[in-house]
Structure formats: structure tokens, C-alpha cells
Design a protein around this ligand. Structure first.
Ligand SMILES: Nc1ncnc2c1ncn2[C@@H]1O[C@H](COP(=O)(O)OP(=O)(O)OP(=O)(O)O)[C@@H](O)[C@H]1O
Ligand SMILES: C[C@H](N)[C@H](N)CCCCCC(=O)O
Ligand SMILES: [Mg+2]
Length: 223
């Protein structure tokens, strides 16, 4: 039975969550699955009018869905956007704004309820990166009660970071659907080797994507 919604959590930041989420979106769409992908809270997102917007998570996820980069689509994908490439709570302060976990959770619940098919929700940074002054990404995920796809890099140290996140998810009763290892630039070991090491302890299926890879079929089949 396909999940109604899946939370894409990270073992860290800038390790491939958006890359994997976009690849998964494309693969599910190509299989004829109804899928919608959102990044409700995003930092490091310049205004749509800025040439740098195209590099943002929001732009990449809209592109993966074949959606136009217009105000309406941007707002529907990422209602909370902050310019500074910082932890979202810090980026919000720089804009004189604040964010409440209840609003974020409420927005996600509404989207889950109104989405046909599968909703993919990309988190922010690492699993326990702050999302508000008071709450972490783990609090957000637990409040939603969704299963998680954990994305890891393959850099030296990624095995421990991934397994620490797996243990934290398990401790808090979050279902771990799979771990996806996205190859880090310059990693000293093959992504396959890192994935195999994580798989020995993760208690969930582990897949890997080399640089530039499309979504593996095994990952799409798990979602
Ligand atoms: N397997 C891969 N092949 C090619 N490029 C990749 C791969 N994985 C990640 N990247 C690139 O590495 C950079 C960081 O990845 P990405 O933006 O997906 O990280 P993230 O975990 O979503 O970061 P954030 O915490 O900011 O959301 C991006 O430029 C992305 O395109
Ligand atoms: C700007 C960056 N790419 C992400 N959007 C936010 C990462 C926040 C990480 C906070 C932390 O865990 O230290
Ligand atoms: Mg991202």
C-alpha cells in the first residue's frame, strides 16, 4: 500500500535531500503515480525575481514536477521562505519574522488531506536542525506522524551521521521507510560501500545514488 505521505529527513544539510526528492518525484511520475512534492519551510531562498532563485530547493522541486516557476506555484510549494542560508529560525529573525510549529504542522496536515496520491515533504537541514526557535525537524516529523526517508551523504563520517539519525528515529517511534545514500563529491569510499556499511545497522532498506544518478527502482518501489 503506497504511503499517503513521506517525510524526507536528512542526516545533515547539503547532503542530497533535494536531489533525491527530485529524482524520486520524477521516477514516481514516470511510473504514472500521482505525486506532489513540497518543501514547506526553506532557508537560502532568494526572491523569485532573483536569478539565484533557480538554484533553490523550491525551484528544483517545482522543476522535478514539471511545474512553472511562478508566484502561485512557489507559494504552494514553500509557503515559508527565508533568504539567508542559515538555520530557518535564524534566517527568520533576520527578516523580523517568526514561525510557529503548529502552523507548519497544520499546513502539512491540510496538504496531506487534499493531495491525491503521495505527498513528499522535504525537511530542512539535518534531522534535529531547528525549524523554529523552540522546535527541531524531529519535533515537526513526530507531530505529523509520518514515515521517513532518511537521506545521507557518502563523505567520510556519513556512516555515523546516518546511523545516529536512524537510532534517533527508532527511539522516537518514527517508521524509517528507507535510507538513501547520495554520493558526496570527493568521497574517499564508493557510495555502494558506504550504503552497505549503513545497511548492516540501519534496520531499513538502504539504496545509493552515484553522482548524477536517477532514482533507483528499488527506492521508488519502497514508497
Ligand atoms: N547524487 C548526486 N548527484 C549529483 N549532484 C548531487 C547529488 N547529491 C547531491 N547533489 C548536489 O549537491 C548539492 C547539495 O544537495 P541538496 O541540495 O540535494 O542537499 P540538501 O540535503 O537538500 O540540502 P538542504 O539542507 O539545503 O536542503 C546540490 O547542488 C545537489 O544538486
Ligand atoms: C541553508 C541550508 N542549506 C539549509 N537550508 C539550512 C540548514 C540548517 C542547518 C542547521 C544546523 O543543523 O546547524
Ligand atoms: Mg534541500
Amino acid at each position: 500500500m503506497p504511503a499517503r505521505a513521506l517525510f524526507i529527513a536528512g542526516a545533515g544539510t547539503e547532503i542530497g535531500k533535494t536531489y533525491v526528492t527530485a529524482a524520486l518525484t520524477r521516477r514516481l511520475q514516470a511510473q504514472g503515480r500521482a505525486v506532489r512534492t513540497v518543501k514547506p519551510l526553506a532557508s537560502g531562498v532568494p526572491p523569485l525575481s532573483d536569478p539565484g532563485f533557480i538554484e533553490s530547493d523550491t525551484a528544483r522541486l517545482l522543476d522535478a514536477q514539471g511545474l512553472a516557476l511562478d508566484e502561485e506555484a512557489v507559494e504552494a510549494c514553500s509557503p515559508w521562505r527565508f533568504s539567508a542560508p542559515l538555520s530557518p529560525d535564524q534566517a527568520a529573525v533576520l527578516e523580523g519574522r517568526s514561525l510557529d510549529l503548529a502552523d507548519l504542522v497544520g499546513w502539512c496536515r491540510d496538504e496531506i488531506a487534499r493531495t491525491d496520491g503521495t505527498l513528499l515533504i522535504e525537511g530542512v537541514g539535518g534531522l534535529m536542525s531547528p525549524v523554529t526557535e523552540a522546535a527541531t525537524g524531529l519535533d515537526w516529523l513526530r507531530a505529523l506522524g509520518l514515515p521517513a526517508l532518511l537521506v545521507s551523504g557518502s563523505y567520510l563520517g556519513a556512516i555515523s551521521h546516518a546511523l545516529t539519525a536512524c537510532e534517533t528515529l527508532r527511539f522516537h517511534g518514527v517508521t524509517l521507510r528507507a535510507v538513501a545514500v547520495s554520493e558526496s563529491p570527493g568521497a574517499p569510499a564508493p557510495a555502494a560501500t558506504v550504503a552497505a556499511a549503513i545497511a548492516r545497522h540501519a534496520g531499513a532498506p538502504v539504496v545509493y545514488l552515484r553522482r548524477g544518478d536517477a532514482c533507483p527502482d528499488e527506492l521508488a518501489a519502497l514508497i
